[in-house]
Design a protein around this ligand. Structure first.
Ligand code: HEC
Length: 187
């Protein structure tokens, strides 16, 4: 009998601890002041940006000059073919975690697709990450002979420490801010 009372007491104590724990966890996750979870662009996430958004773009159909600097000269938009991809369905909204990539190829004299020059990427980050850049992180990946494009079709993601290649790149944002969504294929 005495033993049973003891058992009951200890199981009640255990239940109280579990309850207290549950309350503290739920009050933590329900706190509306919590910042959005940080979104981290990884090579794996970048590799998933393979859903076609607009292919074989040439000239300036979106109304902006997209010349690219190359070996001291400039390649005009009429000499390139650009393929744009995302990691979401074309109808999906641009929620945090959405990635867009643009692969810029040379156009051969016969109009066919030539060598890849550079891949650009943008990922929609948590709100407040980059107020002047639409909360996007911007990435530049020039063609690299070291990359296996069958494995990493958009290129090799630079490390976050390479701040001239990846981050809140003002040069990119200044032009992308001309459209409200910051994404030309989704104006
Ligand atoms: C002078 C304007 C301009 C600048 C600067 C610019 N872009 Fe763009 N970007 C465009 C336009 C216009 C498009 C639409 C496709 C096209 O015409 O090539 C585009 C398309 C893209 C796309 C595909 C998604 C979309 O918006 O349609 C990505 C990703 C991208 N750019 C990334 C970058 C990055 C990263 C930089 C900086 C390294 C950059 N862009 C600099 C004008 C610009």
């Amino acid at each position: 009998m005495l033993r049973n009372v003891f058992k009951m007491k200890s199981s009640m104590a255990f239940a109280t601890v579990v309850l207290a724990l549950a309350v503290s966890i739920s009050s933590c996750t329900n706190d509306s002041d919590d910042p959005d979870p940080v979104i981290t662009l990884t090579q794996e996430i970048l590799n998933q940006s393979v859903n076609a958004e607009d292919l074989n773009v040439s000239g300036t159909p979106y109304g902006q000059d997209v010349s690219i600097p190359h070996n001291g000269s400039t390649i005009s938009p009429d000499s390139t073919l650009r393929d744009i991809y995302s990691n979401v369905a074309a109808s999906a909204s641009i929620a945090p975690g959405t990635v867009f990539t643009k692969r810029t190829h040379m156009m051969n004299p016969d109009g066919s697709k030539g060598d890849l020059q550079v891949t650009f990427a943008m990922i929609k980050r948590e709100s407040g990450y980059n107020a002047d850049g639409g909360d996007f992180e911007y990435v530049m990946m020039p063609f690299s002979a070291d990359n296996d494009y069958s494995q990493n079709p958009n290129g090799m993601l630079p490390d976050v420490s390479q701040t001239e290649m990846r981050g809140k790149l003002q040069m990119c944002a200044s032009c992308h801010s001309k459209v409200g969504s910051y994404i030309f294929v989704r104006q």
